[in-house]
Write a protein that binds this ligand. Structure first.
Ligand SMILES: *Cc1c(COP(=O)(O)O)cnc(C)c1O
Length: 388
């Protein structure tokens, strides 16, 4: 029986059957179980920031697991303190950190933190964006603006009002004095790597300030250098009240973080929240290795090369390119994204059919000029194959 058949027999059907079974990786390259080689231009959904088997990650994780793999929150350890200090230093704003294991857990922490504020102030509802994605656990799911994955699991404990993403006037309408918090991504990832109009995030900040609502930036996909900045909100010149991180932070090791800035950092009292595995030493060591290794100048340089290379591709199936940094979508003129993903895999490139008409590209942040070049050169052929 093939690995695919064994997967299908033993796993719940929530993922379907993924089309490629990976065996190992090195840098931006991965090999499947049959020995086929691919350039990984999706990086485990913007997670493998250092690519695969990066020596800095191997060293940090190996040393830490051989020293102390777990403490629980009954005991503290140095890697978590170093990581919290390091994140606050990069954020350049006073705040406090909570460490979790995943994106959705980081958002659950943000949700509960905001709820503490809301209950104290007598506020009653959240605002989030249509098509936004914040995770699969019940709090984060309630904020997720995708009917197909949300509605069948309702009702949810707190009302969430949804507004069109990028529309500041609609947000202004929806956010009143009863609003607890506004949850938004700086660029919508799962919706198709959709950036907002210029100035939107600054307007969100103003609206939150005017109404006393907390601004929560979900940077689970957008942070840790992905857009060419440590955090996407930094490019917008605003600081949210609450920030959530995960994906690229651990470079493949599971870790999430919720940051509360200013007063939001001290809303939780002792006993209000917790996690047995959250902030475990191995994931913290991995995150520190990521933060030590990611080179923003390199990201910016290869991002320009990738974008201009893709924008120069002329093909009737390619409508355009959107996104920021090493986080782009090829926007197609027809609903052929699954065909493009399959053609790319046959050509030796892993990309992600994110929407029927959008293919996500999120290579490791250590991707080289030569690797970007080989992808750009392959795109016309991939599109031609997908078109037939
Ligand atoms: C991936 C993602 C999440 C959920 O993260 P998980 O680790 O899968 O729980 C939440 N928000 C955004 C913006 C994401 O991209």
């Amino acid at each position: 029986m093939s690995l695919y058949e064994r997967f299908e027999k033993s796993f719940m059907p929530n993922y379907g059957i993924p089309p490629v079974a990976l065996a190992r990786g090195e840098g931006s390259r991965v090999w499947d179980v049959d020995g086929n080689e691919y350039l990984d231009f999706i990086g485990g959904i913007a997670v493998s920031s250092l690519g695969h088997a990066h020596p800095a990650l191997v060293e940090a994780v190996g040393t830490q697991v051989a020293t102390l793999a777990h403490t629980s929150n009954l005991f503290l350890h140095e890697p978590e303190v170093l990581l919290a200090e390091r994140l606050l230093g990069l954020l350049k704003a006073p705040g406090r950190i909570f460490l979790a294991n995943s994106g959705t857990e980081a958002n659950e922490a943000a949700y509960k933190l905001a709820l503490k504020y809301g209950r104290r102030e007598g506020r009653s509802y959240f605002v989030a964006a249509e098509n936004g994605f914040h995770g699969r656990t019940m709090g984060a799911l309630s904020l997720t603006g995708k009917k197909a994955i949300r509605d069948q699991f309702g009702p949810f404990p707190v009302e969430v009002r949804f507004v069109p993403y990028g529309d500041a006037a609609a947000l202004r309408e929806a956010v009143g004095g009863e609003c607890i918090a506004v949850f938004l991504e700086p660029t919508q990832g799962e919706a198709g790597v959709v950036p907002p109009p210029d100035g939107y995030f600054a307007r969100v900040r103003e609206i939150c300030d005017d109404t006393g609502s907390l601004m929560v930036a979900d940077e689970i996909q957008s942070a840790i250098g992905r857009t060419g900045h440590w955090f996407a909100h930094q490019a917008e010149g605003v600081t949210p009240d609450i920030l959530t991180l995960a994906k690229g932070l651990g470079g493949g090791l599971p870790i999430g973080a919720c940051v509360g800035f200013g007063d939001a950092g001290t809303l939780f009292a002792k006993g209000d929240h917790g996690s047995t595995f959250g902030g475990n030493p191995v994931s913290c060591a991995a995150a520190l290795a990521v933060l030590d290794t990611v080179d923003l100048e390199h990201v910016q340089k290869v991002a320009v090369q990738l974008r201009s290379g893709l924008e120069a591709v002329e093909h009737p199936l390619l409508k355009g390119v959107r996104g920021r940094g090493l986080w782009l979508a090829l926007v197609l003129t027809a609903d052929v994204a699954p065909g493009v993903q399959a053609a790319a895999a046959r050509a030796g490139f892993l990309v992600n059919a994110l929407q029927p008409d959008a293919v996500r590209i999120a290579p490791p942040l250590v991707v080289t000029d030569a690797e970007v070049q080989s992808f750009v050169e392959a795109v016309p052929g991939i599109l031609a194959e997908a078109a037939v």
